[in-house]
Write a protein that binds this ligand. Structure first.
Ligand SMILES: *[C@@H]1O[C@H](CO)[C@@H](O)[C@H](O)[C@H]1NC(C)=O
Ligand SMILES: *[C@@H]1O[C@H](CO)[C@@H](O)[C@H](O)[C@H]1NC(C)=O
Ligand SMILES: CC(=O)N[C@H]1CO[C@H](CO)[C@@H](O)[C@@H]1O
Length: 359
């Protein structure tokens, strides 16, 4: 819990770290058939830190973050409208660490924090009005991330309550939420929790569900075929008080990547990425790692075996399903999400939002 709160405060010093030497090494070892990727930074009217990122298409994208900020663009990031809920007093400091969106109209946002600061708001009119659809009542719950398997069914994940990761579920697109019976959830280990770093600590693909954890060594990945009955395995990613698996993403029922590291050691570039080809039962460490702690990852739809990872000191890609990673940018981002196109979006501190195409 402490670690997660300080995750917020560490942001400032990370920006000053240099990854120059790592980055150079990666460039030099890059063979010519690797794609040339570069982020195109977009102007946003905000200096919030956007850990919440929800592209809908190559034109429509929503970001959410600190100071209760939610922005939406409908023209590929050329212009932005501030569409967050009207918040007053202390609520104006709410941090929307995750967002899911389906159109220019419909979005769900998750704010983090202890007790009633963990909330979910939904909008169906593009952010003109928001409904508070969930407000946490459990003192020890701390919600980290949210995912949907369909426009109707979604789940949000909290740090353990009574020694088990807490889930809430919606079956009506976020309008109402219920606590999921924890009988099907294996016990959490002492100190285990999730990272509210990029909205990818819970994930749903092809009807399956995955949860990434840290605070323990190694970080672990939970998996489920229905969201109710869960199994868990060790990843190969080094964990610790501020470390573990920050992001887990699956391409299909079998192929997954996991990235992370230690947010207090952002230049640590060993055992910070792993891959699975058996639906998350077993994880194998990558043979070349991303160039530092990475908070977010995304497969690239339509480009077999390709995925991106981002973190506060750089971005990397893999074209072999996570076996090897190469750096391509040293700018700071927290979150990444790729769409058909393919086009990828990234977001992070200081209002940073960027875009790239892979062709
Ligand atoms: C955002 O919130 C932080 C912490 O509450 C505060 O220090 C900062 O001034 C706020 N920034 C803006 C632009 O309101
Ligand atoms: C997972 O890792 C822990 C800590 O190293 C170890 O005690 C445990 O045996 C591992 N579990 C499996 C199934 O390998
Ligand atoms: C520290 C470092 O490597 N900075 C480089 C980051 O990338 C930009 C553009 O790609 C370079 O101009 C910097 O020198």
């Amino acid at each position: 819990m402490m670690s997660k709160l300080s995750l917020h405060m560490f942001g400032a010093c990370l920006a000053t770290l240099s990854a120059a030497s790592l980055f150079d090494q990666q460039i030099n070892s890059k063979s010519s058939h690797f794609p040339r990727l570069s982020w195109k930074l977009l102007d946003t009217p905000s200096d919030s830190r956007f850990r919440g990122l929800a592209p809908v298409s190559d034109k429509v994208v929503w970001v959410s973050g600190t100071n209760g900020t939610v922005l939406r663009s409908e023209d590929g990031g050329g212009t932005w409208v501030s569409v967050g809920p009207v918040l007053s007093g202390e609520d104006a400091n709410l941090e929307f660490r995750d967002i899911e969106a389906w159109s220019t109209a419909k979005a769900v946002i998750l704010s983090i924090g202890e007790g009633a600061d963990s909330r979910i708001y939904t909008t169906e009119d593009g952010g003109e009005t928001w409904t508070l659809s969930f407000s946490n009542q459990e003192a020890s719950a701390f919600y980290d991330c949210i995912a949907f398997e369909s426009p109707e069914r979604g789940m949000a994940m909290s740090d353990p309550v009574d020694e088990k990761i807490r889930l809430i579920e919606t079956l009506d697109g976020g309008r109402t939420w219920d606590i999921v019976d924890s009988r099907g959830m294996p016990p959490a280990l002492e100190g285990e929790f999730g990272f509210a770093a990029s909205g990818t600590c819970i994930e749903s693909v092809a009807g399956r569900w995955y949860i990434a954890s840290g605070g323990v060594n190694p970080g672990r990945v939970f998996r489920s075929r229905n969201g109710y009955d869960w199994e868990v395995s060790n990843s190969s990613i080094t964990g610790g008080e501020a470390g573990g698996v920050f992001s887990v993403q699956f391409r299909d029922k079998w192929h997954g990547i996991a990235v992370g590291g230690d947010f207090q050691e952002p230049t640590g570039a060993v055992n910070n990425a792993a891959w699975s080809q058996d639906g998350g039962k077993t994880w194998t460490k990558s043979t070349s790692f991303p160039g530092g702690y990475r908070s977010g990852s995304s497969w690239v739809p339509g480009l077999w075996d390709t995925a991106l990872a981002v973190g506060p000191i750089g971005s990397d890609f893999t074209i072999d399903s996570g076996r090897t990673w190469r750096g391509f940018d040293n700018g700071t981002f927290d979150s990444v999400k790729c769409m058909a196109g393919p086009v990828c979006w990234a977001s992070g501190e200081n209002g940073r939002v960027a875009w790239l195409t892979l062709t």
